[in-house]
Structures are given as C-alpha cells and as structure tokens.
Design a protein around this ligand. Sequence first.
Ligand code: NDP
Length: 418
Amino acid sequence: MSGFKKYYQKTWNERLQVLEEKHLLNVNEITYLRELVSANSLGDTVIENFITEYSLPEGLGLNYLIDGQEYVIPMVTEEPSVVAASCHGAKIIKAAGGFKTKLVERLMIGQVLLENVVEAEKLIAKLEDYTAQMLKVANDAHPSILKRGGGARWIRLRILDHDLISVDLAVDVKQAMGANMLNTMLEAVANFIQRKFNQDILMSILSNYATSCLATAQCEIPVDKLAKGNISGLQVAKKIAQASRVAQLDVYRAATHNKGIMNGVDAVVLASGNDWRAIEAGIHAYAARDGQYRGLSNWKVEADKLIGEMTLPLPLGFVGGSIGIVPLVKINHKLLQINNAEHLERIVVCVGLAQNLAALNALVTEGIQKGHMHLQMKSLAVTVGAKLTEINMLVNLLEKDKVRDSANAKKLLEQLRK
Ligand code: NDP
C-alpha cells in the first residue's frame, strides 16, 4: 500500500486522505474521525501515525474510606458494571470502618543482562567488588534524581544460567514511574561493565516485576453486614473465603478472580495517566511469584469477621510519561485530592480489593448476571442502533423478554419505532 509509505511524515490531513483514497473509509467515516479530534488535541505529538482520538467513559468510584479519609475516585473503563460494583464493594467496607493500607518501599528495579559469560561465579565475585562504583555510575547518569532525594540504592547479582547473569539495579525514582531514568542509568552501568570486564551485554531495561514497590490494603467486615435475603452474613462470609481459597488452588479460577481485581485497578491507573500495561504485567507476574499463578487477594473468616487483604506491586507515577501532558489527569489528581505517588498506590490497591469483594459477594449469592444484566442490556440497545431517546424503552422491553440477544433486540427496536 504505497500511500502508507512514510505515513508518519504526512500531515494529519494527508493521513486521513490516504484512508479515503485507498477506499478503506468513506467520506462520512473520515468526517467522523475528524470530529473526534478537538482543536487542542495532543494526539499527533504523542504517538506516530495519529488519525483520531479514541475516548473511554470516566465515572466516579464512591464510598471509599481509606485510612480514615473519604475519597471520590475517577475510574476510566468501557465495561458496564465496573463502577457500580466498585461503589458497592467500597460501601460494604466503609460500613465496617474502611480500608487500612501500608506501603513497604518504593524502588524500581532494572536489569543489565550479561551474555556469553565464561565463568559466571568468578565474574559475580569480581562484580561484587565494584558494587559501590556501579551505583555511582548509575547516579552520575541521572544526577537530578539525587537532588530530589532519590537515586540508585542497591545492586543484586543473579546467575540465570551458566552463561547468563542479571545485574539488578534498584532505584528510588521518587514521584515518577521511572522507566526512562532507570533505563538511562542501566545503560550507563552496562557500558561500565562492558568496558571494565570486556563483557558482552545482551540488553539493559527496567523490569516490570516491581517486587520492591508493594502496596497492601486490608479490611475487616463484621459478618452480619454481609447478610443477603435469606442467606446469613456468616454463610456469605464463609463462601467468600471459600472462593478465595479456590483462587489460590486453581489457575482457571485465579485468572478470573484477578481479572475482576484488575477491572478496578486498571480503571484508576488509566484515569491517573499511568501505564496500565506495565502495571498489568507486574501484577500478573506477582500473582505467580511462588511458581503457580494464584488469586491476588485473601479472604478469611475469623471471630465473626470477614478479613480481606491484598498486596500488589504498584510502581505508579505522579509525574512523568503522559501524566503532565493529558490535562484530564491533572483534574483527576485534583478529584482524588492527592499530591504524591504513594497516596495513589494506597488508593489503587483499595479499589482492587473493593472490586474483588463486590464480585465475590455477587458470585457466591445471586450470581453475577443479575447486577450485570441491566447495564449489559443498555450496551446491547446501543449496539443494535437505539438512539439516546430509545435506549431506556428498549432496555425495559428486553428486561421483560426472555430472549436477550441482538436479533431480538433489533426486532424489539423495530416494533418500538412503528
Ligand atoms: P519520564 O521519562 O517523563 O521521567 C520522569 C521525569 O520527571 C524525571 O526524569 C524527572 O526529570 C521529572 N520529575 C519531576 N519531578 C519529579 C519527582 N518529584 N520525582 C521524580 N521525577 C521527577 O517518565 P518515567 O521515567 O517515569 O517513565 C514513564 C514512561 O515510560 C511511561 O510513559 C511508560 O509508558 C514508559 N515506559 C515504560 C516501559 C516499561 O514499563 N517497560 C519501558 C519504557 C518506557 P528530571 O529529574 O530531569 O527533572
């Protein structure tokens, strides 16, 4: 497709023109893409081959009481029922006194990977003598972080195989996620090792497995607050604890258990302008830290209380990346009433735990579909072409009907329009 040659060098208008010339989109569709781009859009400066803006809904997670303080939490998600479930889970926990959080430390880890190592043990011994020097090399590569009170903290040497060594560097990146500053430091350390030991380097890059940046949320819910219909609170609590046990034992359940947690985590990570792929990768790796992929949260019943706890690696930034670029992120920081990354970590881990409680609570009692259906019906109505004024009427018809698929939704919409 020759029109796509050096596509990134074309202007925005030229790029859209190519789509029309190649008959990939018609004039109306191109106009639609144009209309989605506001005059102050930064898309063209942020990514390559930019054509339009893709937006997602933002809503507020309410009822959050964290370490004695109330929060309204911006959440960005396309999935119906995530925000509603979040509010519901947080409400149960608020009525029980709210969340308590703790942070262990806040260091980012990166790796310099050495290849074609001849005698790994011997090289490790030599490298150990240069630890202090390597830390200095790292700090000299990004001195401004020292002025902020951060900088390289420790080096760990690991033999991965007879010919492969990982030199792990941990850095206090202060308020940033730190990917770029860490990568700069790692490349400097790699250069040093290469020159000093004439050693082959495979690569230098941060690790998303952020085991030195952990946030924990806890809550304790009196079981009587969980009673539902004719199911006692104790029964619900025991079933939630059992569901948590299954997620520890079975990877099929663990993946879904954790997906529910990430529904909340990702929504706040996105709203705060952070890199959700980085957070996803780190959290799933952490879920498999003992060799088996397990549920991230733990729920147990003790002395008439359901006790929940979850620890997540959350190397979130309060500055850097797209955070300073996307104006909505600043507004979301303001809504959250936070001024540092540590605060954001505490909030995100609580949202994950609330989301998990809401999902488990629904699953072990009435099932997930009851709460989901109303919102899913709305999505179905939009999918089959209902206009804004028709959506609620069509949802009502669908809810009365046993068949809730798109063919029936289309039929009902046609009847509605007659
Ligand atoms: P930036 O490259 O934007 O760096 C953040 C910068 O913010 C720092 O270098 C520092 O610059 C400045 N800064 C201002 N105030 C502070 C403060 N209080 N604490 C710390 N820094 C401060 O972002 P990051 O390095 O955080 O990298 C995040 C980006 O990297 C994301 O967009 C991510 O998607 C991307 N990325 C992710 C990777 C991964 O996850 N594997 C790999 C590569 C990139 P100065 O000290 O010079 O003033």
